[in-house]
Design a protein around this ligand. Sequence first.
Ligand SMILES: [Zn+2]
Length: 251
Amino acid sequence: MPKLTILGAAAALPEADRENTYMVVEGEHAAFLIDCAGNPIQRLRRAGISLSRLDGLIATHHHPDHIYGVPLLLLGLWLSQRSKPFHVFAPPRTLRALVTIMDAFEWREWPGFFPVQFHEVSLAVGAPVLDWPDCRVTASPGVHMLPVISLRIESRATGNVLAYCCDTAPSPSLLTLTQDAQTLLHESAGEAPGHSSPAQAAALAAEGKVGRLVLVHYPERARNGERALAEARAVFRGPVELAKEGAVYEF
Ligand SMILES: [Zn+2]
C-alpha cells in the first residue's frame, strides 16, 4: 500500500523546527518527492527511505520554498553513486527554472552525473503526470501567482485516492481532482491572493465528499492549530487534522 510521508509542513516562512512544505510518496516499487525544500537527503534518511528507491520529483511550481532543495537533492544522489535516470515532472515554466538553477551550479560539468529526464505537465484539468506500478498521478491547475499544479494520486493496490492541493486560491478546477479522495491534503496559508484559508480548504473537502482533511503549509499562528481546526470543522464534518512533520498517510 503506498504511503505519503510529510517531510516539511511550514508555509513559506519556516520556523525553528518546521521546514517548508514537501513530502515523499513511497510504494512497493519506487518513491517520488512532491516538491523539494530544505535538505531532502537528510529528511529522506530520517524517514527511512533509501535514496536508491527515489525515482523522481514532481515540482508543483517554482516559488523558492517549493524547489530550493533541488540542487542539494541532485548533489546527494550524485555523491551516493546514482547511475539510473532521475525523472522530474513539472509545469513548463517550472522545468525551465530548475534547469536555470542547476546551470548556475554548472551541473553539466559534474563527472559521471546520472541522467535527469524532464517531463512537462500541462496546465489542464486531469492532466496525466505519471503512471508508476504503485500509483497513477494526474494534475489540475490551481490559482496562484505562478502556474501551479495540484495532484490526485491513485493507489493501484487499493484504488484509494490521496489528493494534494498546493498553493492555490479556491478554484472549480480542483473539484474533479479531489472528488471522493480518502485523504485531502490542502494548503492553509490563509485567505489571500493565491492561497486558501482552513475554511476554504474545508469547503472543497465537503464539496468533494473526501474522507479526511489534512491541513498543511500552515503559518506559525496556526501552530497549535485550535483556531485553524475549528475554522475547518465548522465547514467540513469529517475528520480534520494538521499535518505534522514525519506523519505518514497510507492510501
Ligand atoms: Zn507558491
